[in-house]
Design a protein. Structure first.
Length: 153
């Protein structure tokens, strides 16, 4: 298998938003994988400022005074499913869950498994944080980009 074929496989993954692709040809095995999706929740978009004197615009002018007076709560990060499948909180029915509410995780820690077409896909944390909510029950079906966990930094 040549580099052009591997590059084409990577392009296919991007075009179809695949997170993992395995291929075996002759006696060569190739496995390509991308990170799971993490989205930020609770972020506040501020109006851009033009810094022109006399314009009267201030950073955050669109925010209410009550919101400006309160300290900013830490934004919760959301880990979403990179594929359609079945959510498993543990490696086996006898094993403890990978994480619970309050668990501290590091980047690369396994959070859960999503089974798709008899393939067990480990969903890993992209950054460190503390699990705030587990949003899916063990054994439940999940959809593409469905929120699985909320965590704070």
């Amino acid at each position: 298998m040549d580099i052009e074929t591997i590059n084409r496989l990577a392009e296919i993954m991007t075009q179809h938003d695949l997170t993992e692709l395995s291929l075996e040809q002759d006696q060569v095995k190739v496995r390509l994988a991308r990170h799971s999706t993490v989205q930020r929740r609770g972020a506040v978009a501020l109006e851009p400022t033009d810094n022109a004197e006399g314009s009267g615009r201030q950073a955050g002018a669109g925010l209410s005074q009550a919101a400006a007076d309160q300290p900013a709560a830490p934004a919760a990060a959301v880990v979403t499913s990179p594929l359609v499948g079945t959510f498993y909180a543990a490696a086996s029915p006898e094993s403890p869950p990978f994480v619970n509410v309050g668990s501290k995780v590091k980047a690369g820690d396994v959070l859960c498994i999503v089974e798709a077409m008899k393939v067990m896909n480990e969903i890993k944390a992209e950054r460190a944080g503390v699990i705030a909510k587990v949003l899916v029950k063990n054994g439940a079906p999940v959809e593409y980009e469905q929120a699985l966990f909320e965590f704070t930094e």
